[in-house]
Design a protein. Structure first.
Length: 535
């Protein structure tokens, strides 16, 4: 942060150098740079609101109703979460490109429309909102599902006995209890939409419209290497994060949302009758758009000799896979990706749980500031964070550039808030009185933490690990500036293939990430079972 602020206040040498607010004036007074700010706000609001509605509704259906196949919904949501948004955007280019998109080709075949006609066009700002929402709503689902799973059904049963119906119970009992998770999900969705780089770079730039993250990359790619402008352009995102956190705290006020249920709390699903299949159909719509259609498109594209010839037997080949498997850059990149993701997830889950516990229980003076410090990195675009790390660790006394450790710091800084929000939301539902009762009986704080808090919180710890590991596999915005020959990761290889126009190789690596995703999801469920997302 120090280097970001420092760079934003330093003018380039060709402009006289020295300390000045010139970078801020140029960044926000120039009409060319104002448009991305407006579009970023529009997209972030749209994506966060849609994600809140879709994600919370699906979480309620999975956690609180007898909807069929809830395990399938959980697994596919996790697959959506780990799918790199830029790969999803690439898949939707195959599906809904105005000329060669397969759905538009099908539309012209069915309707007999002209060659210039199309039903969908992903290269619009509406298309950007659609593609971003598909891979951001899982954040809301995971956080809200965690909050719902920590609320005992006995409270809702009492409301039903008193005469409240399903809708009344949900709005007057369940909704207030899960409010912290709803706000946490909304904040995560808004900030993720605001700082996302991949999808706008693939879809908004071809639509001749920048958002703030792509504009920052344009600054960085400039011949003048405009680090000061990039820093000045990104720091207001931090202010937006602070404002959101303040609004969240004001909205929640001093009301208590914890329940004294502990491990013995029961969760019984609400019976919906025939409506449960209608609810299942609703949940399958976003999953079809984020998993079924994009994965089919990527698999099909990875098997094609030429994209323009479509799915014909003469156009199918395994040559794309052979080329990727024999490429000298791919296997070292896969190893680096797995090592980085494991290191980051382990360190991040432990730090996030400790910070959340200290902040919630106010164990030390100033603990209230830990909440702020653990959430602030969400506001910093990964590409700008990479600039700060590059500036900080390319000179003595600590030179980390060229090693895997600088990328580890970037990943940990970026994804720690995700784990912290999950841990914090889970701890809100563990009332301190459960721990205080053990203290009264003579147990010290360490014993209470080990025997009371950890058993109630262990699933949140595992979920935090998974929530860091999965996005670490797809991290691009930080990696693109910090990688070197020995520290290249899979996403950088994908970006290199994309810039070379080899979309078939991008699809092959996308399929490999899909397989890895399935392995992780299955392994996680074998360890934790159905409660993977109840943290």
């Amino acid at each position: 942060m120090y280097f970001l602020v420092r760079e934003s206040l330093l003018l380039p040498k060709d402009e006289g150098g020295g300390w000045s607010l010139g970078n801020y004036v140029k960044a926000y007074a120039t009409p060319l740079y104002q448009g991305p700010v407006v579009w970023t706000l529009i997209i972030s609001v749209s994506v966060s609101l849609i994600s809140l509605v879709v994600g919370s509704a699906m979480a309620w259906a999975v956690a609180r109703t007898d909807m069929p196949l809830p395990g399938l919904i959980r697994a596919t949501v996790l697959a959506s979460f780990v799918t790199p948004p830029f790969l999803g955007a690439t898949a939707w280019v195959f599906l809904t490109g105005p000329r060669q998109g397969w759905l538009n080709i099908l539309y012209r075949l069915v309707t007999g429309a002209g060659e210039d006609s199309y039903l969908f066009n992903i290269f619009t700002m509406t298309g950007v909102v659609f593609a971003m929402t598909l891979y951001i709503y899982p954040l809301v689902f995971i956080v809200v599902n965690a909050g719902l799973n920590n609320i005992s059904s006995e409270i809702e049963d009492a409301a039903n006995i008193a005469g409240a119906g399903t809708v009344s119970t949900m709005t007057t009992i369940t909704l207030p209890l899960v409010m912290p998770a709803l706000f946490a999900g909304l904040i995560l969705a808004f900030l993720e939409a605001m700082i996302l780089f991949g999808t706008p770079a693939f879809l908004a730039v071809p639509a001749r419209q920048h958002v703030m993250t792509t504009q920052i990359r344009a600054f960085m790619q400039s011949e003048d290497f405009l680090v000061g402008l990039a820093s000045a352009y990104s720091l207001p995102m931090l202010l937006a994060a602070v404002c959101l956190l303040w609004m969240r705290r004001k909205a929640l006020g001093r009301r208590s949302y914890a329940t004294i249920g502990g491990k013995g709390g029961q969760r019984r699903p609400q019976r919906l009758g025939l409506y449960r299949w209608l609810l299942f159909g609703f949940c399958m719509i976003p999953l079809t758009c984020s998993i079924v259609l994009p994965y089919f498109a990527l698999i099909a594209a990875s098997l094609m000799k030429t994209q323009g010839y479509g799915l014909t037997w003469s156009n199918l080949t395994l040559e794309n896979y052979r080329f990727v498997f024999e490429n000298d850059a791919v296997w070292p990149a896969i190893w680096n990706t797995l090592v980085l993701a494991t290191m980051t997830a382990t360190a991040g889950a432990l730090i996030a749980s400790l910070v959340a516990y200290i902040s919630q229980r106010r164990l030390v003076r100033g603990s209230q500031y830990l909440n702020f410090l653990a959430t602030v990195p969400l506001a910093i675009p990964g590409i700008v964070l990479a600039v700060g790390l590059f500036a900080a660790y390319t000179h003595k006394p600590l030179i980390l550039y060229g090693t895997i450790w600088i990328m580890f710091l970037a990943y940990l800084t970026k994804y720690l808030p995700v784990a912290y929000q999950t841990s914090n939301a889970a701890l809100m539902s563990i009332h301190p009185e459960l721990e205080e009762s053990s203290r009264i009986l003579g147990a010290n704080r360490l014993t209470v933490f080990k025997d009371i808090t950890v058993p109630l919180f262990k699933v949140a710890l595992v979920a935090s690990w998974v929530l860091i590991f999965l996005p670490s596999l797809r991290e691009l915005s930080s990696s693109v500036l910090l990688w070197t020959t020995n520290t290249k990761v899979v996403t950088v290889v994908i970006l290199n293939f994309y810039e070379e126009g080899r979309l078939e190789y991008v699809s092959v690596l996308g399929v490999l990430l899909m397989i890895l995703t399935l392995v992780i999801v299955v392994f996680s469920h074998r360890i934790v079972g159905r409660d993977l997302m109840k943290a």
